[in-house]
Design a protein around this ligand. Structure first.
Ligand code: HAM
Length: 441
């Protein structure tokens, strides 16, 4: 026998029994996001590598270690110099959404674009529980000249928290911080470099490298010695200018008013370069090392950095967003015994005498044409086995077409939950079923 093939490591098949739990997340998310005025956007699953380098930063792990590159394609435009473009599967949704926003000049169409996505992302990470190479995010991004308001930071954070609550996730912690304006962020990096200058010597090469290339990376380093040094720093919010501090205070004030519980964490900087002002992360208990179920923040300036913006407008385009990891949400729900697993239910299973296959086949078709989910066995089968199949499919009703029913032009309707059975004329069966399914009895 030839060997069975397996899926690539770090990916997962979502089997039919698991799909209801995913559908529940997706439906809840879509409804809530629409309540907040977000509209869905779908972008390609791969983009030019340059997009991710320019937005997430060359030193971000997601870019320098984890990009899953797709074989390049030669440009075929005649007269143009042939060049090979490198593509990568998207590791996150923000950069592609900004690319699409810019390319389609959405800033000319609306002052504020509120966009969401429910989509697969790809990162070549070492797989472990809660860390996959293909995973799924529910993300929201608000972009536009009208997006530079503290109210939107607060709304975005509250929305992420509400989504988690409406999925049924409990016991999560929201941490927030502010990086301030781009200038403040620069001062923060300078200050960090200065206070770490004498301490970096005895740390690992990886830490030294991070110190040189992007000092913020040290703040979320997993290296034990590095952590000890970072934990010993009195970081505070000294890097924030007066305006930066005011902005952050306002976001906090609004979160307080909305009753959203949070902790301020001065070490929270996030691993992607594009953030300014508010950054946040939500972690869930009981998930082990990969406990971040969602994260986000403000990224004013990224739109211009990727070639967008309207020159006639003053100032930069504002933006804020977040993404929640669906696999981790499902793990958290599972840990709390709350996943909607299930086989789903079919409305009707048709059980027939072998002689009346054609009649049963037509009845099945009539049911389906009337929006009733129905199935049957094709081919001869004993009654008992047909009932076993009806149970497997969780059928609410079984229609019975045996000798006597066929002779009298009737059909038996068996209510699988209550166990009782009734006979109705064939011409009335759709109507009767609709009535029963509608009333839920
Ligand atoms: P991120 O923190 O890189 O942010 O990812 C957001 C969430 O995606 C994480 O909190 C986690 O739940 C999930 N996630 C990330 N990597 C994996 C993985 N390998 N396996 C399973 N789940 C994973 C972003 O992606 C930003 N684009 C968020 C954002 C939107 N910021 C502004 N707008």
């Amino acid at each position: 026998m030839t060997q069975k093939l397996s899926n690539p490591r770090g990916t997962a098949d979502i089997l039919p029994d698991q799909v209801p739990a995913w559908e529940q997340l997706e439906t809840t998310a879509r409804n809530l996001l629409k309540t907040y005025g977000y509209r869905e956007i779908r972008t390609p699953i791969f983009e030019e590598v340059g997009l991710f380098k320019r937005s997430l930063g060359e030193t971000a792990e997601v870019v320098n270690k984890q990009l899953l590159e797709v074989r390049g394609q030669r440009s075929e435009v005649r007269g143009e110099e042939e060049k090979e473009t490198s593509f990568a599967l998207r590791p996150e949704g923000t950069a592609p959404v900004v690319r699409a926003y810019n390319q389609n000049s959405l800033e000319r169409q609306e002052g504020l674009s509120k966009l969401f996505y429910i989509a697969s992302m790809f990162r070549g990470e070492r797989p472990q529980k809660g860390r996959l190479r293909q995973f799924h995010q529910i993300g929201a991004e608000a972009i536009g000249y009208m997006a530079k308001s503290e109210y939107l930071d607060a709304e975005m954070i509250a929305l992420a928290v509400r989504l988690l609550k409406s999925f049924g996730v409990e016991g999560f912690t929201l941490k927030i911080n502010s990086l301030g304006f781009a200038e403040d962020k620069k001062h923060f990096a300078e200050w960090l470099r200065e206070v770490l200058k004498d301490k970096i010597g005895h740390l690992s090469d990886e830490c030294k490298n991070q110190y040189e290339r992007n000092v913020f990376r040290l703040l979320d380093s997993k290296d034990k010695d590095c952590r000890a040094v970072i934990n010993g720093l009195d970081i505070g919010s000294r890097h924030l200018s007066k305006g930066g501090q005011e902005y952050f205070d306002n976001v906090r004030r609004l979160l307080d008013k909305l009753g959203v519980a949070y902790e301020v964490s001065n070490q929270l900087v996030r691993g992607l370069d594009y953030y300014t002002h508010t950054v946040f992360e939500i972690t869930s208990e009981g998930l082990g090392a990969q406990d971040a179920i969602g994260a986000g923040g403000r990224y004013n300036g990224l739109i211009e950095q990727l070639g967008g913006g309207d020159r006639r407008m003053e100032g930069e385009v504002g933006a804020v967003g977040f993404a929640l990891g669906m696999e981790r949400i499902l793990l958290a729900l599972e840990a709390q015994g709350k996943t909607a697993e299930g086989k789903g239910a079919i409305d009707v299973f048709v059980v027939k005498d072998d002689k009346y296959q054609d009649e049963a086949f037509l009845l099945l078709d009539a049911l389906r044409q009337n929006g009733i989910a129905a199935d049957m066995f094709f081919g001869p089968k004993a009654f008992k086995q047909q009932f076993v199949r009806a149970n497997q499919l969780n059928a609410k009703y079984v229609l019975i077409l045996a000798e006597e029913e066929a002779r009298n032009q009737t059909v038996g309707i068996k209510d699988m939950q209550r166990g009782d059975q009734e006979t109705v004329p064939t011409g009335k069966v759709v109507e009767e079923l609709r009535k029963r399914l509608h009333s839920g009895s």
